[in-house]
Design a protein around this ligand. Structure first.
Ligand code: ZN
Length: 197
């Protein structure tokens, strides 16, 4: 079962572009395109969220509590899913270097994750990173979801909201679809390479 995670949601917009574009909405659009594609191809999928809302539990009050509860619930959802593989969708931001752009795949420390990220990264390099090729990287230890799941997992930072031109592309439905096709194809090729499907 492929778990597709659209990062952030609701009060937690994630990274915000100079023009006010929030990461959470772009994540959801791309995640929904990926979900539709994978289902069309006959894969079983599950999404962590399907609307612009986080998934925190009732007791959470402050934004901080809500974020913590939301992440805990996402981890539980992934870890309770039988033979899960996780694909988490995010957007990057580096306001100190506004020219930096492009898509990058990050892998969890669980077995199989690095090979999956490598496959996704090479698909991204061919489709959207021409002249700006990147390498897959281990995810930073501070990313709670990726640290606490126990299945193969890849997090894709699809682009930089700190870059104005890339933000413009990321807002467009056809670019979101191109990213979705690319990520889905790279992810499936990676799974096929491991015999995990
Ligand atoms: Zn994010």
């Amino acid at each position: 079962m492929i778990v597709i995670d659209a990062g952030h949601g609701g009060e937690d917009g994630g990274a915000i572009a100079a023009d006010g574009t929030a990461e959470s909405g772009i994540n959801l659009a791309i995640a929904q395109d990926i979900d539709a594609l994978l289902r069309f191809l006959g894969c079983e999928t599950r999404m962590t969220r399907t609307e612009d809302a986080a998934i925190y539990s009732d007791g959470a009050r402050t934004l901080r509590e809500k974020k913590a509860s939301d992440l805990k619930n996402r981890v539980a959802l992934v870890n309770e899913t039988p033979s899960a593989v996780l694909l988490s969708i995010h957007q990057n931001s580096l306001p100190s270097s506004r020219r930096v752009h492009g898509a990058q795949a990050f892998y969890a420390r669980t077995e199989g994750s690095e090979a999956l990220a490598e496959s996704v990264q090479s698909a991204l390099n061919a489709a959207v990173n021409q002249g700006n090729e990147k390498s897959q990287k281990a995810i930073d230890k501070s990313v709670y979801l990726m640290k606490n799941i126990n299945c193969p997992a890849v997090l894709v930072e699809c682009g930089f909201l700190s870059n104005a031109e890339e933000t413009e592309r990321l807002r467009q439905a056809d670019y979101q679809r191109r990213l979705a096709v690319t990520v889905a194809a790279g992810f499936l090729a990676g799974l096929a390479g491991q015999g995990t499907t």
